[in-house]
Ligand binder design. Structure first.
Ligand code: NDP
Length: 483
């Protein structure tokens, strides 16, 4: 049996696991390695074994024996059944007091269930969201660990040593008990969907609407990256749009099939929001827009049947183009603020539902580096939560309130123009509708309550009296107070 020399181990050495293991080794950790098929372990050792201290193992038992106590193992395998299988194998070989960390993209309800089971067996279990893709895993991800405070005491210093650093602070914090870390990672991904959709809508407005070519639009995004929109996603958008295809010399984006894929975290964010009754319209529209893009058969049929409508050209005179591009930038910023406000609302609601104490300012801070939604903007988001100005909603923090006030006319012009000339802007328009819904003193929900009471005797409240009322609609229209 191997000597217990490793202070941390990684199980699952595909792209994420091997890069995380290397990152750990680069920061002075001795890293135990195990993968179901040994060839991956061999490959990692052959290509990167000299980068630090690694202890490769062929079996889970050997892997566990190579770890010093309290043994800490990070699982980086496919989410779902494979994660359950690996947890069980590990738990059979480990001892009470050891720490099992799941760094995969697990569904937070699975993490809640697993934590309960594993805790009952005397282990610590940490569901840890890891963001930043392969590059982040290697050079510094943003990490969202859940689990107990006690396991954070052991794990915290290790995770801090490998996390991305933003403004001098490591992008990792203890999010809360059991599934809190994976919950926050899930919403992070949902916000990422919204961010990407808003950028895509901006691109579409310029490409189809204004007739700009990808290179010109790349320059616009490059310029936007010097404004309050400065972020990783805007930066890579400019790079993607600048790319030309080596084979044809054409802009690569024009050759990519327009069906957006997804792996499920956006869908979970929306499903969870629905169950918590929290409107996350920006995120939901982003998920649905990906769904629509991939409905190949219906889209082909629509093209064949030539479903009628305007062409998508926004009919903007050349001398007004620059001003309209500025309008799009404002619409993007305002919609982005709404999407983040909604995402944080979901985290807040999740924390209440599952009894977590989540520091929203700290969440915004650890998203400033390493992760896909990293952005300058998150500094002001974290300040708004820190000061308490965003306690009710991010939209009420003076900075964001003013930003939306300033962006508002542009936002409305863009949504109206897109609707008139036939460009779909589901995330822009749903964010604007949410904003208008939120600020409406009176909503047509009163009518819905009337309808509900009419067909189902569901009762309604009155503005001038307390209690629940039911009207005898078909008879004399008299309201009756419900017991
Ligand atoms: P994959 O999700 O492609 O998973 C491959 C790994 O899982 C391999 O090590 C594989 O072992 C192992 N595995 C699969 N089934 C089993 C099983 N039944 N028992 C044991 N091991 C199994 O790898 P990634 O590196 O892309 O991702 C790892 C985790 O990180 C996933 O949960 C993913 O969602 C998450 N993640 C991924 C990100 C990314 O950008 N890729 C970003 C953030 C999180 P073997 O080699 O033997 O087949």
């Amino acid at each position: 049996m191997a000597e217990a020399t490793a202070n941390i181990g990684v199980i699952g050495l595909a792209a994420m696991g091997s890069n995380l293991a290397r990152n750990l080794a680069h920061h002075g950790n001795t890293v135990a390695l195990y993968n179901r098929h040994y060839d991956r372990t061999e490959k990692l050792m052959a290509e990167h074994g000299s980068e630090g201290k690694f202890v490769p193992s062929k079996t889970v038992e050997e892997f566990v024996a190579s770890l010093s106590k309290p043994r800490t193992a990070i699982i980086m395998v496919k989410a779902g059944a494979p994660t359950d299988a690996v947890i069980n194998e590990l738990a059979d070989a480990m001892e009470p007091g050891d720490i099992i960390v799941d760094g995969g993209n697990s569904y937070f309800m699975d993490t809640i269930r697993r934590e309960k089971d594993i805790r009952a067996r005397g282990f610590h279990y940490v569901g840890c969201g890891v963001s930043g893709g392969e590059e982040g895993a290697l050079n510094g991800p943003s990490m969202m660990p859940g689990g107990t405070e006690e396991s954070w005491q052991t794990l915290g210093p290790i995770l801090k040593s490998i996390a991305a650093v933003a403004e001098g602070e490591p992008c990792v914090t203890h999010i809360g008990e059991n599934g809190a870390g994976h919950f926050v990672k899930m919403v992070h991904n949902g916000i990422e969907y919204a961010d990407m959709q808003l950028i895509a809508e901006s691109y579409d407005l310029m490409r189809r609407g204004l007739g700009l070519d990808p290179g010109e639009i790349a320059d616009v995004f490059g310029q936007w990256n010097t404004t309050e929109l400065n972020s990783y996603l805007i930066e890579i958008t400019a790079e993607v749009l600048h790319q030309t295809d080596a084979k044809t010399g054409k802009p690569l984006v024009d050759l990519i099939v327009d069906h957006a894929g997804m792996k499920g975290t956006g869908t979970w964010t929306v499903q969870t929001a629905l169950s918590l009754a929290i409107p996350v319209t920006g995120i939901a529209e982003a998920v649905f827009a990906r769904g629509l893009s991939s409905q190949a058969e219906q889209r082909e049929e629509a093209a064949k049947q030539q479903l009628t409508g305007p062409s998508g050209s926004l009919d903007i005179p050349a001398d007004e183009r620059e001003a309209f591009i500025e309008d799009i930038r404002h619409a993007l910023y305002a919609s982005k603020i709404v999407a983040y406000a909604q995402g944080f609302d979901e985290i807040n609601a999740g924390a209440k539902e599952y009894d977590w104490k989540i520091d929203l300012a700290a969440v915004a801070r650890i998203w400033r580096g390493g992760c896909i939604i990293r952005a300058q903007f998150l500094n002001v988001v974290s300040d708004a939560f820190e000061s308490g100005e965003a306690n009710v909603s991010l939209l009420f923090a003076p900075y964001f309130k003013t930003a939306i006030e300033e962006a508002q006319e542009s936002w409305r012009r863009v949504v109206a123009r897109a609707a008139t000339y036939g460009i779909p802007v589901p995330a822009f328009s749903s964010s604007l509708s949410y904003y208008d819904g939120l600020r409406s003193k009176r909503l047509p929900a009163a009518l819905i309550q009337g309808q509900r009471d009419f067909f189902g005797a569901h009762t309604y409240g009155r503005v001038d009296a307390s209690g629940a009322f039911h009207t005898l609609w078909a008879e004399d229209g008299r309201p009756e107070i419900e017991a």
